[in-house]
Design a protein around this ligand. Structure first.
Ligand SMILES: [Fe+2]
Length: 176
């Protein structure tokens, strides 16, 4: 790993240490990432997505390890910065592949792992047939990602947001 990437990761972990972020897992995911770590779908984006999940989760009074893991894995297997419809499913599969070797993933309950896999797999196109579609944790993950779409030049469209509070946040940010 080149030094600048190491500094990037250390900065990331410093801000999120109190929220249970795991530096080793962050490093593992970063080292296999095929794109630029400081690119549109890299570590700055993961950082902002995680911050957004915390804002939404606080409003709904939900605490879950799924938020941190979604931030790390949802774009982890992207093959390019553009259209890559299967990357969410690959990210979910990658998380599953690390389950036995990582203590946080290994400690995740069966239901939370299913939520993580569903949230990652459906984050670009929601599978509405899945029985977890109304789960608030998955909805927060998707909205947290969508609230960061401004980085690639798009305006957040509230109709694509799943939670009422994300729509409020979207409107508040537009006024700033
Ligand atoms: Fe993303």
């Amino acid at each position: 790993m080149i030094p600048t990437q190491d500094i990037l990761l250390q900065t990331f972990i410093k801000e999120h240490r109190d929220h249970g972020f795991d530096l080793e897992l962050l490093k593992t995911v970063s080292e296999q990432f095929d794109l630029e770590l400081d690119g549109d779908h890299g570590v700055y984006h993961w950082h902002r997505v995680y911050k957004n999940t915390l804002i939404l989760a606080k409003h709904y009074n939900i605490a879950s390890q799924v938020f941190m893991l979604f931030a790390l894995f949802h774009d982890s297997r992207r093959a390019n910065e553009g259209i890559d419809p299967m990357h969410g499913k690959r990210g979910a599969k990658y998380a599953r592949s690390l389950q036995k070797s990582n203590k946080i993933l290994n400690a995740l309950s069966t239901s939370d792992f299913s939520l993580l896999e569903y949230a990652c797999s459906s984050h670009t196109k929601i599978d509405r047939e899945n029985p977890l579609v109304d789960e608030r944790i998955a909805q927060i993950c998707w909205d947290a990602d969508r609230l960061d779409i401004g980085r690639v030049g798009f305006v957040v469209d509230p109709t694509y947001l799943s939670t009422g509070y994300a729509k409020e946040v979207c409107m508040m940010r537009k006024k700033i």
